[in-house]
Design a protein around this ligand. Structure first.
Ligand SMILES: C[S@@+](CC[C@H](N)C(=O)[O-])C[C@H]1O[C@@H](n2cnc3c(N)ncnc32)[C@H](O)[C@@H]1O
Length: 372
């Protein structure tokens, strides 16, 4: 079992190791803070389990997440538990890896860029600044369900140059008041970033005294990071024409509607060109089970119009215990080189590929062969 940090949101901010593990996993267990785009790195046949959206729309209880990870790993599956940011920052990551470890499941933890650092940086807010900020506190007012409430260490936080607050939600006002009461100036710059590094990113600025009202008035929602300190008072880089990224498609959103089994290559090419890709398959390929007649030699042609046609036939031959003799003396036509390559992979060479890779051209080419 690999406990992998997904990074703060944007799919490009996972580590190289994290991505490699995602690409080979049999099972990926994830929750809502993981950017949906990351899931397009998974294998088309990987089992994807969203533990946030269980059938009743409740988060799966923690012990059941542990049982799930252990059960899948014991069944011989390569399991990736993907967690937002860094898995050991406010994410119950230790509990999950400990449960697997105690159950004898081999585990490894792969760090990620925490939202605590990645979200402010992505929004152009440095947490440390030479000569102005060299100490940073990281806190949350949310201790977790079932645990005793605990006052934040405001005095210690007020001593630090920058405060970063995760899961502040409705309690931002209370945190700001606590810091002011502990001696931090009300005029200290403050910023809140919602959905940092994601397409829905929003950022508001204010001071410690005003930030809770600004967030309320602007209607910002979780997930949010609050930063209090000199970095939040620097010029906003995104108010100039924002740099949209790199490549000719930077700043563009592209929806890919191909079936997921066929979209990986195109998605990775589009990303390489700088596009933000939304993977939204509108077609799902399913193979029907229709019995083939036995091996025969009364067919002149067998025609394959797609990769899926080849895949469907191969599955069917396997299911019925048939082999290459099924093709008999028939000649084989493929609509294009990819379909032909797919046939070749199962030991069948196409006799005909039309010059233009379309069904109409295929029919014409076969008719022309018939006449010759
Ligand atoms: C349960 S904690 C998990 C933190 C995570 N392990 C990490 O290292 O980023 C969830 C909190 O992280 C913060 N967070 C995570 N992703 C964020 C994002 N893209 N934008 C803003 N805040 C984010 C929010 O404060 C959210 O309430």
């Amino acid at each position: 079992m690999w406990l992998v940090g997904a990074g703060p949101g944007d799919a490009g901010l996972i580590t190289v190791r994290g991505r490699a593990l995602l690409e080979r996993a049999d099972v990926v267990v994830y929750d809502r803070l993981v950017g949906a785009e990351l899931l397009t790195f998974t294998r088309p046949d990987a089992e994807l389990i969203d533990v946030f959206k269980t059938p009743g729309q409740h988060t799966l209880p923690q012990d059941q997440i542990h049982d799930l990870l252990i059960e899948r790993a014991r069944a011989g599956k390569e399991v990736v538990r993907l967690k937002g940011g860094d898995p050991f920052v406010y994410g119950r990551g230790w509990e999950e890896i400990e449960a697997c470890y105690l159950a004898g499941v081999p585990c490894e933890v792969v760090p990620g860029v925490s939202s605590a650092i990645g979200v402010p940086t992505g929004a152009g807010i440095p947490l440390t600044l030479r000569g102005q900020a060299s100490t940073v506190s990281l806190v949350t007012p949310s201790v977790g369900k079932g645990l005793p409430a605990r006052e934040l260490p405001y005095a210690a936080m007020a001593e630090m140059d920058t405060a970063v607050v995760l899961m502040g939600g409705a309690r931002l006002g209370e945190v700001a008041k606590g810091l002011i009461a502990a001696g931090r100036e009300g005029a200290t710059p403050a910023a809140v970033i919602q959905e940092g590094t994601l397409p829905g990113e929003r950022q508001v600025r204010g001071t410690l005294a005003t930030i809770a009202d600004v967030v309320h008035d602007e209607g910002l929602r979780a997930p949010m990071v609050l930063v209090v300190g000199p970095g939040a008072g620097l010029p906003r880089l995104d108010v100039n024409a924002p740099a949209a990224g790199f490549g000719p498609l930077a700043g563009r959103h592209v929806v890919v509607t191909r079936p997921s089994s066929a979209s990986r290559q195109v998605i990775s090419k589009l990303r390489g060109l700088g596009a933000h890709v939304i993977d939204s398959p509108l077609i799902r390929i399913e193979y029907l089970e229709a019995d083939l007649p036995g091996p025969r030699s009364d067919h002149d042609w067998m025609v394959f119009t797609s990769l899926h046609g080849v895949e469907g036939l191969v599955r069917q031959l396997e299911r019925q215990g048939l082999d290459a003799r099924f093709f008999g003396t028939a000649r084989i036509a493929a609509v294009g080189p990819k379909t032909a390559a797919c046939l070749e992979a199962v030991g069948v060479r196409a006799d005909l590929i039309p010059g233009e890779y379309r069904a109409r051209a295929l029919v014409k080419a076969i008719a022309a062969e018939g006449k010759s």
